[in-house]
Design a binder for this molecule. Structure first.
Ligand SMILES: C[S@@+](CC[C@H](N)C(=O)[O-])C[C@H]1O[C@@H](n2cnc3c(N)ncnc32)[C@H](O)[C@@H]1O
Length: 316
């Protein structure tokens, strides 16, 4: 077993670990930023390769895992609690960076999913919360209570790809007029009463996924995160992003295209103009996906896609 694998995976098992290391090429004398620390699987592997790491996560629970690394790696490791969409400001205040590489491993950790009190899981009952940072913004229960029927249907359809989006939204609105939905089991039961179970997936999977994306403003955070991290990379520094959702992957792909295109062109312009964002090259032309062996060992890796860019110049 390689170092960094099979250790400390109780909190979360890192996805595409070897592929991330191949892109970031850690080594001693290099410094990396990990914007989605989670259980620290990727960070630990970067540290084991001799690099220094500044990590952050918006979830205060990640600090407990980070503490384990302070003792082991001393001043090669530091941690701050922040969302990655604004983290460049914190890094500048603390005079941290520029970095040889930065990583965003999007979505939720297994720890978040498996802790019923956090409200992400339809498998175990808990309050309908779903906030990665429990101090930030309305809970899933509050959104289900306040959003219009049209808005709910739009979320389930667009973010969850749920064909029964309208019927589920209508049922939620009827139910909340009697009594608010308070727990994950109540929502899972309501969805199951509208959509019968077909196949191995729980009928509420898509609705839970859509709500989680809304509660944590995850799609907005993707663009903000890339915008934030592109400012903290050295020349030759690389940014790697792992997504688990097709909408997220499309955002990353399009943003990376904007960063790596030399010219902008529009039908109404007489000729192409230099692209002011152009300062990067794609590390891989296609998204890197997990091996079959990894998917067999870790079902969560199934939908993972890794994309990366490298800074080749400074913006004009
Ligand atoms: C898939 S897990 C990361 C797992 C980690 N790479 C590991 O190996 O353990 C995603 C983590 O990112 C955090 N996260 C998600 N969106 C975030 C955001 N916008 N800002 C900061 N952290 C975020 C979540 O709280 C979660 O802990």
């Amino acid at each position: 077993m390689k170092k960094g694998q099979g250790q400390g995976h109780g909190y979360h098992r890192p996805v595409l670990l070897q592929e991330v290391l191949a892109v970031l090429q850690p080594g001693s004398g290099k410094i990396f930023f990990d914007g989605t620390f989670g259980g620290g699987g990727h960070t630990r592997a970067l540290l084991e390769a001799g690099a220094a790491v500044v990590a952050s996560d918006r979830d205060p629970a990640a600090l407990g895992e980070a503490r384990k690394l302070f003792g082991e790696y001393g001043d090669r490791f530091s941690f701050l609690q922040s969302d990655f969409g604004t983290v460049h400001e914190r890094l500048a205040e603390l005079r941290l960076g520029p970095f040889d590489g930065a990583l965003l491993d999007l979505g939720v950790s297994s720890h978040q999913l498996d802790t019923p009190e956090r409200g992400f899981s339809f498998q175990q009952d808990g309050p309908l919360d779903m906030r990665m940072d429990p101090r930030d913004g309305p809970t899933a229960a509050e959104l289900l209570q306040s959003a219009s029927e049209t808005q709910l249907a739009e979320w389930f359809w667009r973010l969850g790809d749920e064909p029964a989006a309208r019927r589920i939204a209508a049922r939620i609105v009827r139910r909340r007029a009697q009594e608010p939905l308070r727990t994950t089991a109540e929502l899972a039961d309501l969805v199951s009463s509208v959509v019968p179970r077909r196949g191995p997936r729980h009928p509420a999977t898509k609705v839970f996924q859509a709500l989680r994306l809304v509660v944590n403003r995850e799609l907005e955070q993707v663009a903000a995160g890339i915008a934030s991290l592109r400012t903290v990379l050295k020349l030759g520094g690389r940014m790697a992003v792992i997504t688990f959702h097709s909408l997220e992957d499309r955002l990353v792909k399009n943003y990376f295209r904007d960063l790596t295109r030399e010219w902008d062109d529009r039908p109404e312009w007489p000729e192409p103009r230099p692209n002011p964002l152009y300062a990067f090259r794609l590390v891989n032309t296609r998204a890197v996906v997990p091996s079959e062996a990894e998917i067999r060992e870790n079902a969560r890796a199934r939908s993972a896609k890794l994309r990366a860019v490298e800074r080749t110049r400074y913006e004009p």
